[in-house]
Design a protein around this ligand. Structure first.
Ligand code: NAG
Ligand code: NAG
Ligand code: NAG
Ligand code: NAG
Ligand code: NAG
Ligand code: NAG
Ligand code: ZN
Ligand code: ZN
Length: 376
């Protein structure tokens, strides 16, 4: 084992960065909730320098994950996609439209990919009952609350209704006018962040973090799996590989990332151009092409969602990769050890590039790296 020791010495000597933020662990509010890691961190762990400013989360007494926005108060976190850098939020009191009436993202790192002007109206119930989808949580016994993105509709309604407000509302995608009175406002709030940009690092199976506790420079780290035995070798190969062909590595990484984005087809155009354009100055990829082979991927359990859309294990109703809600009859695939599930097409694409679970980053099988690295 002498060579391994020398190897580790060299690695420590040359690449102290790789281990720099190892004490930054993945935390959670409880077993079933979302993993919290860089740039997010649980409040109270600030000393470890594991989170980016503005990304503090807390756990409430029900073990739910809470994000507090400086000017808009607390939201519960449904899901975080570290790959697409999106966060899904919902209102604790199940009335997102009420929150949107005084929504302000100032002072937070989050933005919405799209905004749309909505007019909120209070109309006599008799007028609206059968014709429009009203916002129940803002309505009372005599008046229905409505919101529309159509200026002409709002104008024509304003004769009989009271206009509460016209304002820019963050939406996950632009709503077409003919969708009329929008129930889209009842969905989760989709927000994104551009700084720090870890999407490429994440898409390659790395973990982002500060390079040291005194600077704000971001690095991309690879942590060996928990299975121990061949970690040194694996790490060494990865390092050699990325040193020997950094240019190819980078190009391949970006190409793969672009494919991944294309295939899953869930990122909006603005995000993917930002990510690719930002690549040259983004975190250096420390590891690439660690994917599983098709046989291994196919050996993982697949399931087709039934009408009830009930998922096994610690899974929410949204896919952690693309953040879309699962629909009944969609095919999911679950990773054996941790039981995290995803759209089959999302996770298959991921596993071809990365040997770890995108949520908890555990290695699903003993030595996924061997096949693809040997064949390089
Ligand atoms: C939560 O995780 C701990 C440790 O991993 C485990 O002992 C416990 O049974 C889990 N609880 C649930 C409800 O899954
Ligand atoms: C929250 O988590 C703790 C420890 O994981 C557990 O003991 C407690 O029952 C949980 N509370 C709720 C409301 O689920
Ligand atoms: C949001 O809040 C900030 C700080 O109070 C304020 O300057 C800004 O005008 C507000 N933006 C909107 C759209 O209300
Ligand atoms: C939305 O309203 C704001 C003013 O509140 C205006 O500046 C902006 O141009 C409007 N956007 C659209 C798409 O109508
Ligand atoms: C219902 O809301 C309307 C418009 O805000 C208000 O004028 C009316 O007094 C409310 N009615 C009740 C019963 O609260
Ligand atoms: C940074 O980390 C080093 C070693 O890990 C430690 O000695 C030092 O106190 C830390 N500095 C700060 C400001 O936390
Ligand atoms: Zn998906
Ligand atoms: Zn997992």
């Amino acid at each position: 084992m002498g060579t391994i020791d020398v190897l580790f010495f060299l690695i420590f000597f040359l690449f102290p960065i790789i281990f720099a933020s190892e004490e930054c662990q993945i935390s959670m509010c409880d077993n079933k909730s979302i993993p919290i890691r860089f740039p997010f961190q649980l409040e109270g762990q600030n000393l470890q320098n594991c989170g980016y400013p503005g990304f503090d989360l807390t756990c409430n007494s029900q073990n739910l994950t809470v994000l507090k926005l400086p000017f808009s108060g607390e939201f519960f976190v449904r899901q975080i996609s570290y790959i697409t850098q999106e966060i899904l939020l919902y209102d604790p009191f199940k009335c997102l439209p009420r929150r949107l009436l005084s929504f302000n993202l100032s002072g937070s790192p989050f933005v919405s990919a799209f905004y749309q002007n909505f007019t909120f109206l209070m109309c006599p119930s008799s007028l609206t009952k059968s014709r429009y989808t009203s916002i129940d949580c803002l309505s009372n016994s005599t008046h229905s609350a409505l919101a529309t993105s159509s200026m002409s509709l709002a104008t024509s309604m304003s004769a009989s209704c009271e206009v509460i407000s016209t304002l820019q509302v963050p939406v996950s995608r632009p709503v077409r006018y003919d969708e009329g009175f929008s129930s889209a406002l009842n969905n989760d709030l989709h927000l994104t962040w551009y700084e720090p940009d870890c999407s490429i690092c994440e898409a390659q199976g790395g973990l982002c973090g500060f390079k040291s506790n005194i600077s704000q420079d971001i690095g991309c780290f690879y942590f060996p799996g928990k299975d121990g035995s061949n970690d040194g070798l694996k790490l060494f190969r990865i390092i050699c590989f990325s040193i020997a062909v950094p240019a190819i590595t980078c190009a391949v990484g970006i190409a793969c990332f672009a494919c991944f984005v294309d295939r899953t087809n869930h990122l909006n155009a603005r995000r993917s151009t930002t990510a690719v354009a930002a690549a040259p100055e983004g975190p250096e990829p420390a590891i690439v092409m660690m994917g599983l082979d098709e046989t291994t991927i196919e050996s993982y359990q697949k399931l087709v969602l039934g009408e009830s859309r009930r998922l096994p294990g610690p899974n929410d109703i949204t896919c952690p990769i693309c953040l879309s809600e699962y629909c009944s009859k969609e095919t999911l695939r679950c990773i054996p050890d941790c039981k995290h599930c995803f759209h089959a097409e999302c996770i298959d694409e991921w596993l071809r590039l990365n040997g770890t679970c995108p949520v908890c980053r555990n290695n699903p099988s003993p030595s996924p790296a061997r096949v693809s690295l040997d064949s390089v």
